[in-house]
Design a protein around this ligand. Sequence first.
Ligand code: CAA
Length: 378
Amino acid sequence: MADDDVLTEEQGMIRGMVRDFCENEAAPRAAETDAGRFPRELVGRLAELGLLGMTVPANEGGGGMDEVSFSIAMEEISAVCPSLSVIFAVQNSLACAPLHHYGSAAQKQKILKALVSGEKLGCFGLSEPSAGSDAAALRTTATRSGDGWLINGAKRFISNSKEAELCIIFAATDRELGHKGISAFIADTGAPGFEVGRPEEKLGLGGSSACDLRFENLDADSLLGEEGQGFEIAMTTLDAGRIGVAAQAVGFARACLDASVAYARERESFGRPIAGHQPIQWKVADMATEIDAARLLYLQAARLKDAGRPFSAEAAMAKVFASDMAQRATSEAVQIHGGNGYMKAYPVERFFRAAKVTQIYEGTNEILRQLIAKHLLG
Ligand code: CAA
């Protein structure tokens, strides 16, 4: 990583601290986590290290760190344990961040503090069986009941939902109004009428759950933001989340580059290390070049966000480029490892499987290309 001189001293220190945690604590558990074990003790350690709610201001109980620090922490964790990186991303970007930006003082006191301390995990209930990319087409409804609301409907593939205690649910409070009639609610996943389905069997990220949710007359009195503000909350939350996904993709690719370089120096064919063969040299050269380019893109988006400037298109560009790059880099890493790369004994196959989802979640790359084009063309 050639960016030591572009990080501040504090950002460099945060990266060093996260790297130590990753090497000493997360790496030894990465294989069993990928095999399907939820890494509860690692999540607890993230909380102890102040890495949940990293960008939440200190006066709200958070780490008071900037978006760049969050992104580089994301890259570090992703380069070691893909499943943990999703848990980390959802808690920081999709649970703590909207609570910080849109929560009332009482919600911050009661809910945000519990999320930041790791006492509770949160999840983000937007996608539905028939509303993925077209988020405004969601069918879950919330109807007024006394002082509160009754929520009915279903959600699909909600990351972290098996372990989460809290869920931000997006529901239509007025279907006539389209996206302007969507509101966000905070609900307790253990409440009557809140059903969490079986975790899906996925291609990768085995330690992080993705479940379907069903709501039947779920009593919700905790509106997040204003009535009708839900679509804005979802969109602005995802804008920032995409910077994290870009950093995650860079982490996956970097892990594969490092493993490939080490393997190429060691593995011999035709009487010399395969590092001496030009096809291998060109592969690692392309991987390193594209990884650095993707990193600069996510840092650019993070810096714009930290400066309080618009960053929606730049976050989308970073996510599109980094996730497409991670597809190529993780695949080439398996190729460099030959038959060994296809085996679970070598870590590259784990990153290869994990990388695919970065082109899909938090906005498919097709939707994000549309978003980038809209910024250019209107
Ligand atoms: N910030 C603020 N407002 C925004 C916005 C943004 N980024 N994007 C759109 N809006 C506003 C628009 O200004 C517009 O407001 P007005 O009506 O007042 O003018 C309104 O929202 C509607 O905008 P569009 O007409 O562009 O909306 P649309 O319905 O055509 O589509 C979309 C928008 C970009 C396609 C959106 O639906 C989208 O982002 N889809 C992808 C959904 C997604 O990312 N899902 C991820 C699920 S969560 C997940 O994956 C987590 C995980 O597992 C880890």
